[in-house]
Design a binder for this molecule. Structure first.
Ligand code: PRP
Length: 186
């Protein structure tokens, strides 16, 4: 693989395309093995739009399981740049979760408030099991007690973009996760 070209707004590349590909492959193997060891072959993957679309697309191809895919779109009330914990569902799931083994896929856990709401919401639908995988977790930013089953990478509390993550809808298509230059969002 070639080295990802950088972008003038990126201060540094935190996780390269190659590092992410290797981690996603390993995560896929680990997750499939965990389900199979419980005798589970069929799961429902719930992807939270928009940021997780790239991770979900790669992860699902690294998972040797029968996976149904569905999407939710949510938005936080309050300040645009910070999660408030009050979450509005913009697009709900089409698939019923009752009795299903559900894997919630997120791109990043920042404050954890969005996920805290989502997990409670999904639990109310009575799935047979509910697990959570997040590609990125910012341990210094997490404000709530969250049971994250699988984490791709712990990362610093910086403004991250790329591989699905945006700033003002930009940079989602970068193939790596990079730290945005402060002057871009200041
Ligand atoms: C991001 C991310 C999580 C949430 C995490 O979504 O995808 O859903 O923020 O933040 P929290 O842990 O502080 O709650 P965002 O609201 O940026 O929307 P997007 O996925 O459409 O980019």
């Amino acid at each position: 693989m070639t080295t990802s070209p950088s972008h003038p707004d990126i201060k540094s590349v935190l996780f390269s395309e190659e590092e992410i590909a290797a981690r996603v492959k390993a995560l896929g193997a680990e997750i499939a093995e965990a389900y199979k060891s419980r005798g589970i072959e069929d799961i429902v993957i719930v992807s939270v739009l928009k940021g997780s679309f790239v991770f979900m697309a790669d992860l699902v191809r690294a998972l040797d399981l029968n996976a149904s895919i569905d999407f939710m779109a949510v938005s936080s009330y309050g300040a645009a740049s910070k999660s408030s914990g009050v979450v509005r569902i913009l697009k709900d799931l089409d698939i019923e979760l009752e009795g299903k083994h559900v894997l919630l896929v997120e791109d990043v856990v920042d404050s954890g408030l969005t996920l805290h709401f989502l997990l409670r919401n999904l639990r109310n639908r009575k799935p047979a099991s509910l697990e959570l995988v997040s590609l990125l977790v910012k341990p210094e930013a997490v404000q709530v007690d969250l049971d994250i089953t699988w984490t791709g990478f712990d990362c610093p509390n910086e403004f991250l973009v790329g591989y699905g993550l945006d700033f003002a809808e930009r940079y989602r298509s970068l193939p790596y996760v990079g730290i945005l230059k402060p002057e871009v969002y200041a």
